[in-house]
Design a protein around this ligand. Structure first.
Ligand SMILES: C[S@@+](CC[C@H](N)C(=O)[O-])C[C@H]1O[C@@H](n2cnc3c(N)ncnc32)[C@H](O)[C@@H]1O
Length: 478
């Protein structure tokens, strides 16, 4: 009997996926004598490293996909959609918690429970404790923080990721510097719950407005309606009054480096094979946190980080602090450059773009890629670290015949794209659409767009880090 004849069989099949995947995880952990990190634990993030072991990561994806599908199948449909439509509230509450410094306040109390009145007082924000308790209770119900007794809250593994690591006294002294010199992860979450969330709420108005419906211009995206501006996302950061937003964005880019994405990037190309002194250009490289990792790993290469003038100005003191010698010796150059203008450096070994093209509509991407193609030499390689979006159904056929690329294929009862396990890519796609009229792309969209700009993909990989922009495309001049 198949699952559509007897839906309970589908539920059982999903629960079998969960059970067999957990068996796999347990077997790997036993073989290396490591524990699985507990949700309630707040101890070292190093414990989480086991999640990145490829077998564990894959099995965890299956658990997440199956659990998400099981929840959707078993819950009353109207409740499913009702909960999803209200999930913006979760985003809002996460921002309130970050801006009330709740994780840091609890950490300073040794992660023992702290009464909400004391949290509110320590935050120096003037927030009403009764309202904060309700904010935190919603988050606890989503397993972010724990309510250990009525109105007493503590961190768990998820809420601890919102901790900047700074002291509360230091944060309260200069709240606008909260994210400076941190890992940047909390900055990325705060930015997502602010500019990105606000933009998203105006997406329908933008999609149905005949003036903006088919536009690919960055300054007609929902962001502009949400922020009452005619400026695009990046131009808005440069306006007076948005200094905090701009600083937070640049730190957020640092925070979106995951260990897996960094590893995927180092493995995505045989950097060691490049001759001494070869030039690698990190185009739209932000303040250069990815280049920093390459500089540390591959000392025989020269690097140029290109970005908007204001970002390069912010990058200078960061590099002065972390890699002053590399700047002084000329091994690393920081260069203000508009990617819509002709590329000033000719025939480098590598043009490297990480999560840059997803900011732009296809017409703009073609312009950016043509500028790079015009400056490329016969041996220049184009390396793109961006998402490769899967359809939510099987992807069979010749269209997907690209070296290194494995088309999506459903295994057992799971969605081909592993649903809940991969949802971040689709959320990011909507973030790109609503902030800049940008897009995450399928492999066929990437192939066609690159071809149009004079590049040919020679390798495409969706790594285990696909959720964290670990996917990579290698292209050569066509
Ligand atoms: C999503 S961020 C990615 C940053 C960096 N590659 C990383 O992965 O952390 C996109 C970058 O493109 C830069 N950018 C946007 N418009 C640009 C332009 N016209 N010229 C140069 N850089 C630009 C932004 O300032 C930002 O640093």
């Amino acid at each position: 009997m198949n699952t559509t004849e007897n839906p309970i069989c589908e539920l059982r099949a999903l629960s079998d996926v969960i059970k067999s995947s957990l068996d796999k995880i347990e077997a790997v952990l036993q073989s290396i004598s490591k524990p699985f990190p507990s949700l309630d634990d707040t101890s070292t993030p190093e414990l989480d490293v086991v999640r990145l072991i490829p077998e564990i990561f894959r099995a965890s994806e299956d658990v997440i996909a199956a659990a998400g599908q099981l929840t959707a199948a078993i819950r009353v449909p109207a409740l499913n959609v009702g909960i999803d439509c209200g999930s913006a509230q979760i985003s809002t509450c996460i921002r309130v918690a970050i801006q009330t410094h709740v994780s840091e306040i609890i950490r300073e109390a040794d992660n023992k429970g702290v009464h909400v009145k004391d949290i509110a007082k320590a935050s120096s924000t003037g927030i009403d404790p009764g309202k904060l308790a309700r904010v935190l209770r919603l988050l606890c119900t989503r397993h972010i923080f724990r309510e250990v007794s009525p109105d007493v809250f503590t961190n768990n593994r998820i809420s601890s990721t919102l901790d900047t690591g700074k002291s509360v006294a230091q944060i309260v002294k200069d709240v606008h510097a909260k994210h400076d010199d941190t890992s940047g992860f909390a900055a990325s979450i705060e930015m997502a719950t602010d500019e990105l969330m606000k933009s998203s709420s105006y997406l329908p108005e933008t999609l149905f407005d005949p003036k903006t419906a088919s536009s690919g211009e960055p300054n007609t995206a929902a962001f502009t309606k949400a922020h009452h501006t005619s400026q695009s996302f990046y131009a808005w950061f440069d306006l007076p009054g948005h200094e905090y937003n701009a600083r937070r964005f640049n730190m957020a880019m640092k925070g979106l480096r995951s260990p897996m994405a960094s590893e995927a990037m180092r493995q995505s190309y045989d950097w060691k094979s490049l001759p001494e002194g070869s030039v690698v250009i990190d185009v739209g490289g932000g303040t250069g946190y990815y280049t920093l990792q390459l500089v540390e790993a591959f000392t025989h290469l020269n690097y140029i980080v290109q970005d908007r003038e204001s970002v390069i100005e912010e990058a200078a003191p960061i590099w002065e602090k972390l890699q002053a010698d590399a700047i002084r010796s000329g091994k690393v150059k920081l260069q203000a450059h508009n990617i819509l203008a002709p590329q000033p450096v000719q025939a480098p070994a590598i043009f490297f773009l990480r999560t840059v093209l997803h900011n732009w509509s296809t017409a703009y991407c073609i312009k950016i890629l043509r500028n790079l193609r015009d400056a490329a030499g016969p041996n220049t390689k184009l390396l793109l670290a961006d998402a490769i979006v899967l359809h939510a159904c099987d992807e069979d056929g010749a269209d997907y015949d690209l070296p290194g690329y494995t088309p999506a294929k459903a295994s057992g009862p799971l969605l081909a794209n592993k649903g809940a396990a991969n949802i971040l890519n689709y959320i990011m796609d909507m973030n790109m659409l609503s902030t800049l009229n940008g897009a995450e792309r399928t492999i066929v969209e990437w192939r066609d767009m690159l071809k149009e700009a004079g590049w040919q993909i020679v390798h495409a990989s969706r790594s285990v880090a696909a959720e964290f922009y670990g996917s990579g495309l290698l292209a050569v001049p066509a």
